[in-house]
Design a protein around this ligand. Structure first.
Ligand SMILES: [Zn+2]
Length: 66
């Protein structure tokens, strides 16, 4: 019996450009970040880890394709 090739779906990950709602500073955040990310300018949290995905707390202004 032949072993079938299992298709493994590639995780669709991308980088998001997130704008801090407090000071407007833009930070590039990995969409599946496993870390909490704070604004580098004012320290406001802009992304939080949540399971396999990240919750973006700031305003997503764009995506950066790899
Ligand atoms: Zn900020």
């Amino acid at each position: 019996m032949k072993r079938e090739k299992v298709m493994v779906p590639k995780p669709r990950s991308s980088f998001l450009s997130v704008q801090c709602e407090k000071c407007g500073e833009k930070t590039v955040v990995f969409s599946h970040t496993t870390m909490d990310i704070n604004c580098k300018s004012c320290g406001e949290p802009i992304a939080q880890k949540s399971g396999s995905n990240a919750s973006i707390l700031g305003k997503v202004v764009g995506t950066l394709d790899q």
